[in-house]
Design a protein around this ligand. Structure first.
Ligand code: ZN
Length: 106
């Protein structure tokens, strides 16, 4: 994936480059070049990997989101009880919110 601002190429996650190098958000970049706001600035391969990683880790990811802390559990610590269906629902909503903010999806 190439940057259309400076011409540098081969980014797996163009959004990170754009943010660091050009001090703009992925959304601004997409607007500047008329790219669909719903599309992420990642290569299809990376997107696939991220999705797989999320699927593999879904229960943990949802539980951590519910607690609002990515690294809630330290290694060796006993885990807390089962995640309630309500908590999963809340977490799913939060993921949608986060994604909407990140990618401009509505
Ligand atoms: Zn660039």
């Amino acid at each position: 994936m190439d940057c259309q601002i400076c011409g540098a190429g081969g980014f797996k996650h163009l959004g990170s480059h754009v943010a660091k190098a050009h001090k703009m958000t992925a959304r601004e970049y997409k607007q500047m070049f008329g790219l669909p706001l719903k599309r992420g600035l990642v290569t299809p391969e990376l997107k696939q990997k991220l999705q797989e990683a999320f699927e593999d880790n879904k229960d943990v990811a949802l539980a951590n989101l519910t607690h609002g802390d990515k690294y809630q559990f330290k290694k060796g610590e006993p885990k807390r009880g089962e995640t309630s269906p309500v908590a999963v629902e809340e977490a799913t909503e939060r993921i949608k919110e986060v994604n909407a903010k990140r990618w401009g999806t509505r």
